[in-house]
Design a protein around this ligand. Structure first.
Ligand SMILES: Nc1nc2c(ncn2[C@@H]2O[C@H](COP(=O)(O)OP(=O)(O)OP(=O)(O)O)[C@@H](O)[C@H]2O)c(=O)[nH]1
Ligand SMILES: [Mg+2]
Length: 445
């Protein structure tokens, strides 16, 4: 997700040796400046960051470690807003009410649903309100997205006034003990009087705790500029950058907090509902420095992997009873984690390979689709007892899945091998044998 920025920092850090002189520091700063500007970080932010890094590095003594420390500290400072919230913060008395705002097509509706999914995975009861009555089919879009993701939606096809809908939605959220109410609103091409007035009235009846400005990162600095308009008139409490997976260079994320004085709270990293990540400055700094973010990964996996279920699976693996139904369940869980690329980026040391895996998509990869087709072509008995699969059965499955016999055989072989390996590592001395294996030098030194 942050690969361009991470590369910028790495290139600069490599310009300085363990202990070095001021000329080397200047050189490193110059490299950093060029690459940050190229990544579309706002020039004022670059200037401020670099002069602070220079002062601090000199204070600590010029060297690679000190330079790294200065970057880390100053980056965290630039990304943090005093008294600003980080991630999603709940009001002391539910429901926590968040109003979503932004220009046309910026990603408000998609982000509203993503946020609802994010909160639902964290065991919160979430209601979404459909307050965009401007765009034809806007309510329909929200209905579909909410149905797909099993999110409760408040809408009223007979009401023309979004302020009234907001009011009713809030009433329902309070009466029915929802934890969170997320309100989707209408977008415009540019900020105009009418839009701001409508938002102000909606905001008034909601007494919202959070006002999120959703900005399209592909719009670069323009996206940040229009945030000012919303901030002046309504007062935003957080920015969400959508479409961060697009062609943009990513630098915009570094400037948001210091440019608007409002924290960047979430980043949208894809079109799917799982593609939303919280933006927590010190965790992000770790990732920017190429050191991964295990805290976010652990939090993310704990939301989709049920501990009880994990134990049951481990037991099955140990007994060699892992079957195709379990396999499908595991695949479904993986899907909820979001894109492979974002997961890999959180593991220290693996961020470098993230780029190569960027297109791997659990749901839509050819491989996954084939596997699903094969499992769907099996009888219930076959799914539960992989061992009964003989050649006749495999032939039938191949026909059912529209695949060749060879492809089906290859899959079963892979499944068998994976089960064997999993069985080995889930056993008591599994970790020991894994460590043993890792101790064996693979490459000639
Ligand atoms: N790749 C990618 N696409 C996104 C992301 N967020 C939103 N989109 C896409 O952007 C398009 C517009 O998103 P919407 O959520 O409808 O935007 P909106 O702000 O509600 O639009 P209006 O209601 O018309 O103002 C859709 O095609 C989304 O799928 C993201 O993080 N990544
Ligand atoms: Mg919308």
């Amino acid at each position: 997700m942050f690969d361009v920025l991470t590369d910028s920092f790495k290139a600069a850090i490599n310009k300085i040796r363990f202990s070095d002189d001021e000329k080397a520091l200047k050189n490193a700063l110059e490299t950093l400046k060029k690459s940050l500007l190229k990544a579309d970080v706002h020039h004022k932010v670059v200037k401020e960051l670099l002069s602070a890094v220079e002062i601090d590095t000199k204070k600590y003594g010029v060297g690679q470690k000190q330079f790294l420390r200065a970057i880390r500290e100053n980056l965290t400072r630039v990304l943090t807003v005093k008294n600003g919230n980080q991630g999603f913060v709940f009001a002391s008395k539910p429901p926590t009410v968040a109003l979503m705002m932004g220009l046309q097509g910026s990603g408000k509706t998609t982000t509203t649903v993503k946020l609802a999914v994010y909160l639902k995975l964290r065991k919160k009861k979430v209601l979404v309100a459909a307050c965009d009555l401007q765009r034809l089919a806007a309510v329909e879009q929200l209905k579909q997205l909410c149905t797909q993701n099993e999110i409760d939606l408040y809408f009223d096809d007979n009401e023309k006034n979004p302020v009234k809908i907001a009011k009713e939605a809030l009433k329902q959220a309070s009466d029915q003990m929802y934890d969170v109410l997320l309100v989707d609103s209408a977008g415009r091409l540019a900020i105009d009087e009418e839009l701001i007035n409508e938002l102000a009235r909606i905001n008034e009846v909601l007494s919202s705790h959070e006002r999120f400005y959703v900005a399209d990162s592909m719009g670069g600095q323009d996206a940040v500029r229009s945030a000012h308009g919303f901030h002046d008139k309504i007062g935003i409490t957080g920015v969400i950058l959508s479409k961060y997976d697009g062609d943009g260079k990513g630098g915009i994320a570094l400037g948001v907090a210091s440019q608007i004085g409002v924290p960047l709270r979430f980043i949208g990293t894809g079109e799917k509902s799982a593609d939303l990540e919280s933006f927590i400055p010190d965790r992000v700094v770790n990732r920017l420095m190429g050191e991964g973010d295990l805290a976010t990964l652990a939090e993310k996996t704990s939301t989709v992997i049920d501990e009880k279920e994990a134990k049951a699976i481990t037991k099955k693996l140990q007994k060699g009873e892992f079957n195709f139904n379990d396999f499908l369940t595991q695949m479904e869980s993986m899907k909820k984690l979001g894109s492979m690329k974002s997961i890999i980026g959180m593991i220290p040391g693996l961020s470098q390979v993230a780029g190569q895996l960027k297109d791997f998509d659990f749901e839509n990869s050819v491989e996954m689709k084939r596997i699903k087709a094969m499992i769907s072509s099996m009888t219930i008995k076959e799914r539960l007892s992989p061992s009964i699969l003989n050649n006749t059965r495999k032939r039938r499955i191949a026909v059912g899945a529209g695949l060749s016999q060879m492809e089906v055989n290859r899959f079963f072989k892979q499944f068998e091998n994976a089960s064997k390996i999993a069985k080995k590592f889930s056993s008591k001395d599994g970790m020991a044998s894994l460590q043993n294996m890792m101790r064996q030098p693979k490459f000639p030194r």
